[in-house]
Design a protein around this ligand. Sequence first.
Ligand code: PEP
Ligand code: MG
Length: 879
Amino acid sequence: AKYVYSFGGKTADGDGKMKELLGGKGANLAEMCKIGIPVPPGFTITTEVCAAYYEQGKKIPDATVPQIDEALKKVEAEFGKKFGDPADPLLVSVRSGAALSMPGMMNTILNLGLTDASVEGLAKKTGNDRFAYDSYRRLIDMFGSTAMGLEHEHFEHELHSMKEAKGVKLDTDLSADDLKELVKRYKAVYKKDVGEDFPQDPKKQLMLAINAVFNSWNGHKAIEYRRIERITGLKGTAVNVQAMVFGNMGGGSGTGVAFTRDPNTGEDVFYGDYLINAQGEDVVAGIRTPEPISKLGEDMPKVYEQLVGIRAALEKHYKEMQDIEFTVQEGVLFMLQTRTGKRTGTAAVRIAVEMVKEGLIDETTAVKRVAPDSLNHLLQPQLDPKAKNKPVAQGIAASPGAASGMVLLSAEAVVAHAEKHPNDPILLVRKETSPEDVAGMHLAKGILTSTGGKASHAAVVARGWGKPCVVGCEAVKIDEAAQTVTIAGTVVKAGEFVTINGTTGDVMIGKVPTVPPSMTGDFATLMTWADKVRKLKIRTNADSPADAAKAREFGAEGIGLCRTEHMFFGKDRIAAVREMILAPDVEGRTKALAKIEPFQKADFVGLFEVMDGLPVTIRLLDPPLHEFLPQKDNVAGAEEVAKQTGTTVEKIFERVEELHEMNPMMGFRGCRLPLVFPEIGDMQVRAIIEAAIEVKKKGKSVLPEIMIPLVGVVEELAILKKRAIAVAEECMKQAGVKVEYQIGTMIELPRACIAADKIAEEAEFFSFGTNDLTQMTFGFSRDDIKGFMPTYLRDKILPIDPFQTIDFNGVGELMKIGIQKGRGSRTAKHSQHLKVGICGEHGGDPDSVVFCHAIGMDYVSCSPFRVPIARLAAAQAAL
Ligand code: PEP
Ligand code: MG
């Protein structure tokens, strides 16, 4: 079998499509060679070898070795140097590269092939002792710390004491002799920690380095990253071995990283950073603050012009925004990498829309390109332009959006704090971040660093997650020991609030108020393209005219769930609601309900007016009644309620005691309430129909849908439906106005799915309440999963939290049964199409939306801010 794929000199064994086998980096290196872009020659060891490595107990399969030898010979021939040649050595880099990019997660080793003998050759050949010994000490450090697992700090320590002894600040101020001495010390560190000499056989270095890359696939950082990004099902990483070119050979050399468009905003500008006289990792490590790419036009005009040409060629070829790495060795440009660039949601939308306008892609491709969840980025609250907090400092705008959070100074502190207070907003403030920090970065609301550029670790990772981030803010001085940061002179203690604006780079002291976002420009354009292809209708879950209006602005085509209990908590009526619950008999309840009714009616009038002719599904009261009363030990609350309702604290606690349930989620709630207290249901139905009549009289059209919750047997629905029809008919008769309305049910119990054929004989529509359906199917209380769900996810007992994405195999199967049986009997019995939707939280989850499309639902309903996400997910499901 073929384990090793060569590339270089305008040819390659592989190509850009072979990502699974060659990893993203390897496949794109091959592709770049094929389209004539200058790439240093090399070869890729496949991901299958990584899989075999682990199958064979961490051993590279024998058959790979001769193929590596042969590929190395090709590189030598192409590059005109020999690996290990003491006079003029070929040096190589060894890098990881999985099918999906995992920035900074896996090991890289540069300058392999240098030995005590060949370092002399390199020095002579280049006439640059300093460069040769600097390369050698970097190799010993990288090789020691990544391939052999030594502490990088031990090498750093030697470097620092050397700089101190010489009285210099920068690495670049050390002389060739200093570096020669440093190599000696590094070798001593290596020997002390490993127990043998630094290997002088280049081939041995190479094989150990390849092993190290394979090992890093299952390193802590890589595992953590795959967990957070939910990356599963990959074979492993490929290994790319490539001839080294040097950006640290003096003023005519350099290295950089760039994006072919701005990954924050999507603007069509060349965006990136470079450093003169620097090697690979220097630009991304955030140690030296690099120069913006546009300045390369001044430093190296020829190279810049060529690079600009390559930027255009790559975009034309890939028809996608690229993230590139390049090195200039003594005036000659080499491309080291190209890959699809990570971008914020804002940028994703703008790039997709502009590429359609440029004729690079079509509308369908644009719709497919944008990850629905990434729209979150455009749906973040924006800083209130009227806020009083003024920016006190400015850094580099690395990932847009605003974040106010409590300052914490280490990733570990974030993790520890979030465990205790998961809802606290945290702003992680660091000098720079590294792959070790990802868990804490993920939990933070935003990230602020004092060093680093647009391609620093913090910037790249934050952007990938759509998390606000400001980097390179030099006015931020961190004192870890004192647990303070000083921002432009203001001292902020850990735990106090700071706000960043990742769109502008602004940093503000304190909390800054925000305003809701709106949908305009490219965002609106992309949505109209999505609407052209989607089949599912998108509704919203809304209980107030304001929410409904926002949802309509985002494109909602109706209300799929109005939870009337939320209206019961209104300040103007909660007293009457409590009076109703406390009433000893039907007369008392009826009297209290009469007080609530005008409020309910006014609520519905408001909703109907905003929705103006679009369907509005109103669910009758669902939660157990005790939720409206103070808790057992809340004496102050009870005293207030006693005053409000003209009763005593004792009476209230008596009633609370009566209503107490061991298992309220499976208790006296849902349709069970109006079955036992019909007057509650009557009041709500009357309010709905009278509101509809009133709005209709104003000349608007109304489409009320009355929804009965938590139905398990058809008789529940049959009784409540009959009663609702009687009430509705009476209202219409009195008003002398007819309105169209429907009566349907929520499907949120397993029994309702199984008996859906019977239920559909009565129901005019089904709406899957997948919150309860998941709870009741798994027997997981939706409010009590935190004790075991983390373990379930960690141990892969469940692939994903079923309250977030529909459990396709269990809950999903029940849904399929429900739809099939329900539609079948509705058609047979009434010759009608049974309208089916979903209104559980899953209605706004992209993967669940795709599932809902696949099982033939008519609509999904989700919270207002997820409506655009659902529109896009529904479009992608249809493509
Ligand atoms: C559901 O159960 O999915 C639902 C929408 O109802 P609620 O969340 O109000 O119980
Ligand atoms: Mg429910």
